[in-house]
Design a binder for this molecule. Structure first.
Ligand SMILES: [Zn+2]
Length: 161
């Protein structure tokens, strides 16, 4: 089984093995948790952390960019936040906190960046809220990894277990 991240409205999809999914999400969390300032940005990283296969099962955390809670009025800033997160991750931001070296990490990040680039404001049907599996009571970080964790814990802790 494997996962995918897509922008179906642009007919773009990247396939990811289960291991690659955990690597990509971990790298995004390490960078994005440091960059996130606004409530939307904190929610965005928390939502990504919830795509946690240790909770929901291998190969079931695929998502389309259309599921993100884009707001038309703030779209440019929101997309820019995600692009900056990818670019910071590409600089190996806090990769030393992982208990492995991800040699393919840059490839996953570059492909995810191109999927992100393909999503445009016109693709937002309407403003919406985050679609949580289980809404977090508050946005808080794992004390060990300083990344936003979801209602059931930290993706990086779970991946290392
Ligand atoms: Zn952790």
């Amino acid at each position: 089984m494997s996962n995918w991240i897509s922008n179906k409205k642009a007919q773009i999809e990247m396939g990811l093995s289960n291991g690659a999914t955990a690597v990509l999400l971990s790298l995004l969390l390490l960078a994005g948790s440091d960059l996130a300032e606004t409530p939307w940005e904190q929610a965005c990283i928390t939502w990504l952390s919830e795509q946690d296969q240790s909770i929901f099962g291998l190969g079931v955390v695929s998502f389309d960019l259309d599921q993100l809670a884009w707001q038309r009025a703030d779209f440019d800033r929101q997309k820019d936040f995600l692009i900056r997160t990818v670019d910071l991750a590409l600089m190996r931001h806090r990769w030393e906190l992982l208990d492995y070296d991800p040699p393919a990490g840059p490839d996953f990040l570059r492909e995810f960046r191109s999927v992100l680039e393909s999503y445009e404001r016109e693709m937002i049907d309407s403003d919406k809220d985050w679609d949580w599996f289980q809404a977090p009571e508050r946005f808080e970080k794992c004390p060990q990894h300083q990344v936003f964790q979801h209602a059931n814990g930290c993706l990086i802790c779970h991946d290392a277990a």
